[in-house]
Design a protein around this ligand. Structure first.
Ligand SMILES: [Zn+2]
Length: 383
């Protein structure tokens, strides 16, 4: 079966994150079983009552347990990781589930993000005599990447295997990406006291209070620019207040104001650094306004990641791709693979700039090159 045929079959299975990924997982399971791999299935029911499944397929299990305390945990040499879910699609996109070739490109939802990588990984493995592999290899297919890398996080928590090296499939135009910013989110609620707006002295404006705090947050955004990481554009942690809501009528002193606080951390900076500074700002505001009431609910703290430039996997992929390693600005499953002890690199065919949009595609030549590079990686690390 060619890599294009495999990709066409994967694209034909609708696997948007809101649906169960059971169908695409059972397809991948059949393909892995045909290769003689040992399958582990990790199902769970998501918060909407929908079944989501992670699949780990290994060439050999527990030939090399990590430590006695982790008996049963297999130390795999190389993990090829692809998420099975896709973002939603426009119903007017007629070729969305029918892989369509045009101008050297293959169009369809997931063609680029990230079914192309999955098809390349399967094709690479099918072209190798698995009996000749001396070190364990794992194919890892996850759920719910597009809604917060939830499947990979569950695997990192369950730790069914550890890995020395992990290639995390994402469209990077075959450039190895060895670092990525973290992603953190908090919901802030500032409270005041309602009153008739003709008598502001009887109340306390939650919006004026929130405005003061947001002014401090803007100053924090400037302060953290001093902490630089040259591998990123921009080279510092960025902060955004993306949504704000408050008040109930033009003539009421507002009693509540809520806003979102989002920040993307550079590697080396703790995920809670910004939150700590914001909490200090609140404490400062309380000194001049003892009633300043504010709740901060930290919602998400996805780690940044950085794999050393001289890591064997980075060096190998730089040589094979002919491209220097770089960094990604979007969230990936790499931190979860690092939690499973891996040197992790994000790598795959297609361009992230055409992902998540109608008309998503993968260039055929990149797809074919990816098969060759993954085959070389399996030979290099596992033979
Ligand atoms: Zn993706």
């Amino acid at each position: 079966m060619t890599v294009e045929q495999t990709l066409a079959e994967l694209v034909a299975i609708d696997s948007v994150s809101a649906r169960s990924n059971a169908e695409i997982i059972s397809y991948l399971r059949r393909r892995c079983e045909a290769l003689g791999l040992t399958i582990q299935i990790f199902p769970h029911v998501d918060e909407n009552g929908v079944e989501k499944i992670n699949l780990v397929a290994q060439t050999s299990v527990c030939d090399s347990p990590v430590t006695e305390s982790q008996t049963g945990v297999c130390a795999t040499e190389l993990a090829l990781v692809g998420h099975t879910d896709t973002v939603p699609y426009d119903l007017n996109w007629t070729e969305v589930l029918t892989l369509t070739e045009r101008d050297g490109k293959l169009f369809g939802r997931g063609a680029c993000d990230t079914k192309a990588f999955i098809a390349a990984a399967l094709t690479a493995l099918e072209s190798i005599d698995i009996a000749k592999l001396r070190k364990p290899l794992a194919l890892v297919f996850t759920a719910d990447e597009e809604i917060g890398c939830l499947g990979a996080k569950r695997l990192a928590d369950a730790k069914p295997f550890t890995a020395r090296h992990a290639i995390v499939g994402e469209p990077t135009s075959l450039q190895p990406m060895r670092a990525g910013k973290g992603y953190c989110l908090a919901h802030v609620t500032v409270r005041g006291r309602e009153a008739h707006s003709a008598y502001p002295q009887l109340g306390a404006s939650a919006i004026f209070r929130a405005a003061k705090l947001i002014g401090k947050i803007e100053a924090i955004a400037e302060e953290v620019k001093g902490d630089c990481h040259a591998g990123f554009d921009p080279p510092y942690t960025t902060i955004n207040v993306g949504v704000i809501n408050g008040g109930s009528a033009k003539n009421i002193i507002p009693g509540e104001c809520r806003f979102t606080l989002e920040w993307r951390t550079i590697p080396g900076q703790p995920a809670d650094e910004v939150l700590g500074r914001v909490r200090n700002a609140v404490a400062g505001l309380r000194q001049s306004d003892p009633d300043f009431a504010c709740e901060i609910d930290a919602d998400r703290a996805d780690d940044s990641f950085e794999t050393a430039a001289d890591s064997e996997l980075v060096q190998f992929l730089e040589k094979e791709s002919g491209k220097p390693s770089g960094s990604v600005a979007f969230g990936t499953e790499a931190p979860s693979m690092i939690a499973l002890d891996a040197q992790a690199v994000v790598f795959g065919p297609g361009n992230i700039r055409v992902a998540h949009r109608t008309g998503e595609f993968v260039p055929i030549d990149e797809l074919a090159r990816c098969v060759g590079i993954l085959r070389a990686a399996i030979a290099h690390f596992c033979m």
